[in-house]
Design a protein around this ligand. Sequence first.
Ligand code: AMP
Length: 257
Amino acid sequence: MKIFENMREWQTARAEFAQNLRVGFVPTMGALHDGHLSLVDRSRAENNVTVVSIFVNPTQFNSADDLKSYPRHVSRDVELLQERGVDYVLLPHESEMYEDRFQYQVIENSESKILCGAFRPGHFEGVLTVVMKLLQLAQADQCYMGEKDYQQFRLVQTMARAFFMKTEIVGCPIVREKTGLAMSSRNERLSTFGRVQAAKLFEVLSTARDTSTARRELESLGFRVDYVEEHWGRRFAAVWLEGVRLIDNVKCAEVAQ
Ligand code: AMP
């Protein structure tokens, strides 16, 4: 496995890949768990070469505290990726990713304004801009993204089509703990009790009769609710617990009747 911190050096190496290699790409912010690794496994199964990036993207955070407290375990992540058979790891630096000081941005004016976009102003501008840069760097045939961040996956997929990018954006199912809790790097910041409580988010989303019932039930369980809404045949929620923001979604067709 080769690690690149300098993206100009990576671009030189990437240009030398044989033309007929299929390249899969998995962008992450690190603190890897089995959700991330499921994307890596899918990429490995469908491609000749797998590239993973780890970059905690400052422009998508709304608060300096959240950025500072975001979990970081780069050396453990690199070991996990090596064990998993990854070929290349990109560890770009902020100074190189934002040499332009965020002068150029990708802005989406419709679906990025609802759900998380309504509660985290500027978040998707940060996400789409960094993913655009990472897709340009990876030059992959396929990029694997989790449906846990379904709105993000959908926006990246439509962005890639809108800009005639060569990479196909592939959505992958949500990996959950046995309790039903969707795996997330942020779960590390929950207490033992908090993790038990957090699993109820999935339970309520999958069983409540409608979104207002789900909101009421979540509030009575002690969550602070940003939203529970249905779009694109899915039921979405974002809630706060112990100062940690959790998101999840289920297909409406899979909600218990
Ligand atoms: P992150 O490091 O949180 O930015 O996530 C990197 C990628 O992993 C994104 O495409 C996420 O949607 C995906 N991902 C994160 N958690 C999960 C999960 N529990 N199941 C499937 N994919 C996930």
